[in-house]
Write a protein that binds this ligand. Structure first.
Ligand SMILES: *[C@@H]1O[C@H](CO)[C@@H](O)[C@H](O)[C@H]1NC(C)=O
Ligand SMILES: *[C@@H]1O[C@H](CO)[C@@H](O)[C@H](O)[C@H]1NC(C)=O
Ligand SMILES: *[C@@H]1O[C@H](CO)[C@@H](O)[C@H](O)[C@H]1NC(C)=O
Ligand SMILES: *[C@@H]1O[C@H](CO)[C@@H](O)[C@H](O)[C@H]1NC(C)=O
Ligand SMILES: *[C@@H]1O[C@H](CO)[C@@H](O)[C@H](O)[C@H]1NC(C)=O
Ligand SMILES: *[C@H]1O[C@H](CO)[C@@H](O)[C@H](O)[C@H]1NC(C)=O
Length: 637
């Protein structure tokens, strides 16, 4: 249902894009244009009007989703980032109201309306060095493979042993395993070959650096768009901070965190609307325990029935206890604005209200800030918002009434926005992990969980917990479900359509019992389930780079092979790949290496500790985020 409508605009020179994104931009649209119009230009007119028409009919008549096309170039309307986002990211959140009773925080089927999903990790080679190195690693390193996270050099070194493949030299067909093998013919290491088939390495013609290639661009504009994605990711990775070594006591010198005391209508009062948040469910139980939700005894200590959109209050309660919190704005480096913008917008998603109503709080909060000196001082650049929904929800365009315009406001351009799914063309959109059900309080809570899942026998090779997307012809979910069900010995399918995934235990137990967890995009590219699977020690199988690789620059390493398997969804659609066979070909050693890396090195940094958390050996997702924010501000201000 590709609908691509953009305006033709003069091509912007690459120079524009290379400008520091943190420069103040006078107008968000201008900004967008300079960053993006270039990219979307040639997507224009690509799809016949009929399709557009059918799409609109579909949209209005069913009043359910707009499902995305998951393909590059698919888009819904309009000029602006949204288009682009959906164009290239290939997905727009659906507007569908869940058919089933929504009571679960489990990603599938939950408010299926939009985002559900996702996540993954990424870390950079120049990001901080010992990503997770000494700080979170507790077990014996099982692997001696360079991929197992040996720190700063791991990416560089590992890939440098691989023949560099320039896809540009190939014909436009995606390089598949066969021809990749031939390209890599002189590489006689079986091990390397196996790794290499998962992705392509390419030269960046400008910097000479190598980079991963997940998508073969079909034309120059798409290439430009992809390059921009790369560039922003790189920039974000350069802000990653691993914080202090545990040997050195943390110093708050120059790192003051100031939390605005916003009127309660911007946060607490919104939680109070829990019984009327969406028409088919009562959210009140999710907001208990400082928004961690009710505890889940079966899964152990630190497990809660957390709602996937609870990030705002969860993060807020941690910030209030940050060791570097200051009460004098003059001592502050970072300013936290505890506006629950996601919960604000969520309550309007399924109600028939005017757009003005949806924007009331967004406009008021910006106005409120406008009267504050620190906000004016650096034009908001040292301010941060946590928005527990996807970027799309805050970028309403003229065609659809979905969401608010919070992030379309000019004033919101400069501050950092921490989101569970970022807009890949917005450098100040930073993606942080979706909240999972695990919220440890102490180091021991983390290590006991690690010890438990690392030795857990995994009876299934593969599992998929999800629902098909019958209304979306572009969805690869049905293909995956078919493949899964045709190999019952290898693959288990948990059907989320009728609430089969409502209980967190069902999903987490399945993931703990599986080696690989399939994570196709849902209504938007990211999936909460990716984090559920990582936290359960199940290796995520990713089909779209926007699901994880283009998102979580501070929490997942750049080299996706350390923690995931990538299978191009286009190959899947063209039936070029049998996912089951492909995963069966992974050796025990490869699985163990990945799992060890996930459990020992990534996991602590993917979970949000509880409101009282005190970690010494580990840094959780919150710590990594806060340190990196401070680092970002020192580098960009
Ligand atoms: C939805 O959940 C509520 C509470 O669990 C239950 O009482 C109700 O029957 C469910 N409705 C449907 C349609 O399943
Ligand atoms: C990491 O830990 C090892 C062993 O504890 C130690 O030898 C090494 O110096 C540490 N590295 C860093 C960067 O702290
Ligand atoms: C990374 O590589 C550089 C240059 O080869 C080397 O000097 C440095 O010690 C390496 N760092 C680590 C952590 O291995
Ligand atoms: C939404 O509200 C408007 C104005 O009150 C009304 O005209 C319209 O029919 C409503 N739409 C739906 C789907 O209820
Ligand atoms: C999943 O459950 C729904 C509802 O029960 C059913 O319609 C659908 O066919 C199921 N999907 C599969 C693949 O079994
Ligand atoms: C990578 O490792 C090799 C030795 O294995 C070393 O010579 C090289 O300097 C390292 N760093 C880079 C950036 O290649």
């Amino acid at each position: 249902m590709p609908v691509s409508v953009s305006k033709r605009r003069p091509r912007t020179s690459k120079k524009t894009e290379t400008e520091k994104p943190e420069k103040p931009l006078k107008d968000p649209r201008t900004c967008c244009n300079s960053f993006c119009s270039v990219f979307s230009r040639s997507f224009l007119y690509r799809f016949p009007l009929t399709i557009l028409f059918l799409f609109l009919i579909y949209l209005w008549s069913t009043s359910t989703t707009v499902i995305s096309g998951n393909v590059v170039h698919i888009c819904i309307s309009s000029r602006k980032l949204n288009d682009l986002y959906c164009l290239t990211a290939g997905s727009q959140p659906g507007l569908r109201v869940p058919v089933s009773n929504f009571t679960k925080p489990v990603s599938e089927n939950v408010i299926r309306s939009e985002e559900e999903k996702s996540s993954v990790l990424v870390l950079g080679k120049d990001g901080d060095k010992s990503f997770a190195k000494n700080e979170t690693f507790v077990g014996e390193r099982v692997s001696d493979k360079p991929t197992a996270g040996t720190g700063l050099n791991f990416t560089t070194n590992e890939t440098s042993t691989i023949e560099r493949v320039s896809v540009l030299d190939q014909d436009s067909k995606p390089i598949n395993e066969e021809n990749l093998d031939s390209v890599l013919g002189q590489d006689d290491s079986k091990h390397r070959n196996e790794i290499n088939t998962d992705f392509l390495v390419d030269w960046d013609s400008e910097t000479g650096e190598e980079r991963y290639r997940y998508i073969n661009s079909k034309n120059e504009d798409e290439e430009t768009a992809l390059k921009a994605v790369d560039k922003y990711l790189k920039l974000q990775r350069s802000w990653l901070s691993m914080g202090n070594n545990r040997n050195k006591p943390r110093s708050c010198e120059g790192k003051g965190v100031y939390v605005y005391d916003l009127p309660s209508k911007f946060n607490k009062d919104l939680l109070g609307e829990c019984s009327d948040m969406v028409p088919w469910a009562n959210f009140c139980s999710y907001f208990k325990n400082n928004a961690l939700g009710e505890s889940i005894e079966n899964l152990g200590k630190g497990w809660f029935k957390t709602h996937q959109y609870s990030l705002e209050p969860i993060f807020h309660s941690r910030v209030l206890k940050h060791p570097c919190r200051v009460y004098d704005e003059n001592q502050a480096k970072l300013f936290y604005v505890p506006f629950y913008g996601g919960i604000d917008v969520l309550r309007w998603h399924f109600k028939n209200v005017s757009e003005d109503v949806k924007d009331v709080l967004a406009i008021e909060v910006v106005k409120w800030l406008g009267s504050k000196k620190p906000w004016r001082k650096n034009s908001g650049k040292d301010h941060v918002f946590v928005l527990g929904k996807i970027s799309w929800d805050f970028r309403r365009n003229n065609k659809f009434s979905w969401g608010s315009r919070l992030l379309e406001m000019q004033e919101m351009k400069n501050p950092t926005k921490l989101l569970i799914e970022r807009n890949p063309w917005e450098v100040n959109d930073v993606a942080i992990p979706h909240p999972t059900f695990f919220h440890p309080k102490t180091d021991d809570d983390i290590s006991s969980w690690q010890n438990k899942i690392i030795v857990k026998p995994r009876r299934s090779l593969i599992s998929f917990a999800g629902a098909a997307r019958p209304g979306n012809p572009d969805s690869i979910r049905s293909i995956l479900i078919d493949q899964c069900r045709s190999s019952p010995d290898q693959c288990r399918f948990l059907n989320c359509t009728d609430g089969g995934c409502d209980k967190p235990e069902s999903v987490i137990e399945l993931f703990q019992d599986s080696e690989f967890c399939l994570q196709p995009p849902g209504d938007s590219p990211t999936r909460k389930s990716v984090f559920d699977s990582l936290v359960s020690g199940c290796i995520p199988v990713i089909f779209d780079p926007y699901t994880a690789y283009y998102q979580y620059t501070w929490h997942l390493p750049e080299d996706h092979r350390t923690y995931s398997v990538y299978i191009d969804k286009e190959d899947l659609k063209e039936k070029k790949v049998d996912v089951i066979k492909k995963l069966m070909s992974k050796t025990l050693r490869e699985r163990e290496d990945m799992r060890s890396y996930i459990v020992h090195e990534l996991l602590p940094g993917l979970v949000y500790g509880d409101f009282d958390a005190k970690f010494e050996r580990f840094r959780d997702a919150f710590d990594i985020t806060m340190d990196s924010l401070l680092h970002k501000i020192s580098k960009t201000l």
